[in-house]
Structure formats: C-alpha cells, structure tokens
Design a protein around this ligand. Sequence first.
Ligand code: ADP
Ligand code: MG
Length: 371
Amino acid sequence: MARIHVDDLRKEYSSGGEAVVAVEAFDVTVDDGEFLVLVGPSGCGKTTTLRCVAGLEDVTDGRIRFGDRDVTDRRARNRDVAMVFQNYALYPHMNVRENMGFGLKLSTDMPAAEIDDRVRATAEMMGIEDLLDDKPKELSGGQQQRVALGRAIVREPAVFLMDEPLSNLDAKLRSEMRTELQELQHDLGVTTVYVTHDQTEAMAMGDRIAVMNDGTLQQVGDPEEVYRSPANEFVADFIGSPSINLFTAEAEGSTLRGPGGFAYELDDPAVAAGYDRLRVGVRPEDVELVEVGGNEATVTVTEHMGNENVLYLEMGGEELTARIDSAVRPSPDETVRFDFDGSALYLFDPSTGEAVKTKTDELGVSVTETR
Ligand code: ADP
Ligand code: MG
C-alpha cells in the first residue's frame, strides 16, 4: 500500500516540431487506500497524468513518489502499479486463467501452483470463477472488463491506476460495475487513481475528486466540497447535472441586475464589493417557483422525470434550468416567477472565473470554512 505524491508534474509532447503542454503545475497527494477520481473534459490531460504516474511516460518535469520511494525514473514494471484501461486488451489466444496469471508469471518468480491459487481466489472474489477456461471472445463486454480488473487485482499492486475502465459498457452495467468496483477497492484498500470524463461517475465513486481543465488541476476535494464550494466557474459548471445556471449581472450596491430585468437583493452586499459585474450561479435544485416576488421567466420545456420535473426557462435570452416538484407542471410559454435563497447563490469573478461566493449554510458559513 502506498501514498502517491505527484509534485509539480509537467508533461510536454512534441507534435510536428511544436511543443504541446499536456499537463503542467500538477500537484496532488493520494492518501494510502484512497480512491481518487481524476475528472475533466476530453483532452484535458487525464490520461497523460495517469501514464506519468504509471511510468509509461517520462515526465518533462516534476517528481512522482510512492510513499518514501521516488519512482520518477523507474520503469512501469518496477513501480508496483496495475493499470486497467478502457479497452481491456485481453490476450485473445489465452483463456481467462492464463490472462489473469500472465502478469505474475512474467514479473515474478512465483511458482505456477501459487499463481493458480491466486488467480482462482481472485476469480471467486470477482464472480468469474466459472469463466476461467473461456477465451475472451466467448465473454460479454462486462465479463471481459471483470477479467481485466481481476488481472490487475491478482497482482496485489501497491497502486491501481484506471483509465475510463467502464466507458465501453452500457449504462446499466456501468452503474452496477461502479458499485462493485468501489466495494472491491474498499475491501482491498489499494490506493487508486481512477480517470473519467463523466462527472456523475466521479461524484458517485470518488473519496475525493481532482478536477482538471486544459492541463491544469482546478480543485481537489470531496464530492460535497467541489459541488458546494467550487474553486472557480469551470468547476461549478462541470460538476452537477443538470448544470448550474450561470449568467452575467451588473452589481449596483446591494442589487444584482441581469438579463430580462433580473434583479436580486444580496443578503450581504459586502460580497460584491469592488465588482461592477459578476457571474451569477444558481443550481437547478435551488430554483423555486413562487407566487409573488422573485423574477420572471418563460417556460420553454418541461421534462417529467417521475420523481421531479426539470423545467427549462428563458429569461432575457438566457436559458435557466429548475428542478421542481413533479406535481408542478407549468405549460410551455407560461410566465412563471422564480426565486432562490441567498445561501444558494454562487458568484464568480467575471475576468478570472475565481469563486467570489459559494454555497453557505444557514449560518452563512461556507462549507470549506467549516472544515
Ligand atoms: P484526456 O485523457 O484528458 O482526454 P490526454 O492526456 O489524452 O487527455 O491528452 C492531453 C493533451 O495532450 C491533448 O491535447 C492531446 O492531444 C495531447 N497528447 C496526448 N498524447 C500525446 C502524444 N503522444 N503526442 C502528442 N500530443 C499528445
Ligand atoms: Mg484519456
């Protein structure tokens, strides 16, 4: 077991003679036994970061340490890591038993009988003991992915690195495997870095989430923290589904004035001090329909989800989303009034995107400050 330290990682590729910076100034510590999810949009540098941790890429700058061991200059096979990829790449000519045992056979001098025992025990834990004699082509996608995970687990590595391992599976299987993988990781207690572009998966699985954009780390925190106290507008927008509502408003004393006549009185005008304009954020579940007060918007679409309705609204050319009670069903083109509590208001600096105000509890304390 090991703690992973990534210190000031930088990775450049050269592409047609030009340097492409894939990752820069990346710092993170993954605690012993922790499940850290690295999440961000496609091309933001997740795979590159993971491959540097694995030893499959040379770093341009920075250090990688596992516990006290500096592994930066060690090759992948000497780092005691096991990787699972999106395309599981099982050996087609080997059966499940051989696929799972191959890594141990190759990298250790473990006797064949012991390898066989370990493979059997792992297969039982993964519920694939009946498949040991099957070839990959006889297996379903879910079974193949289970074998790929089993092949990683059987090696009892210090560190698991997983790159979008569930993204080839259909939605139902993916959510089943999510739960299973979490349980397994918890039982095994192996330090894990899990990469995904899917924020729902990140929120569901991570002990902590590291959000990346454009080669840099935006924020690391537990799911509640990144949701309630995003470091910046990018994180606020990326985390949460449906996404947070965001629009620009003028700050005039204690009043925010936005599109379509939007006006909002700040509980604490001091938060807007020094700003002429601000980016305003409010999460769909915090938008309430009201009889009086609040602001006006026009209904465009209502989606009936059964447990709730998702309401799409238009306000001065901005689209807003509200999650409301399933019994409330306004019709298209209807004008409604909406409001939200001051504790639910997010504000961002319009030029830097940095958070100016995030969610607060009923005492007005932000979640990060309470920790
Ligand atoms: P992600 O996994 O988040 O989708 P990647 O780490 O694969 O992102 O890529 C990050 C950036 O680095 C992208 O701009 C990508 O085009 C670039 N990149 C990745 N691998 C290489 C490579 N081998 N050569 C050149 N550029 C690369
Ligand atoms: Mg990738």
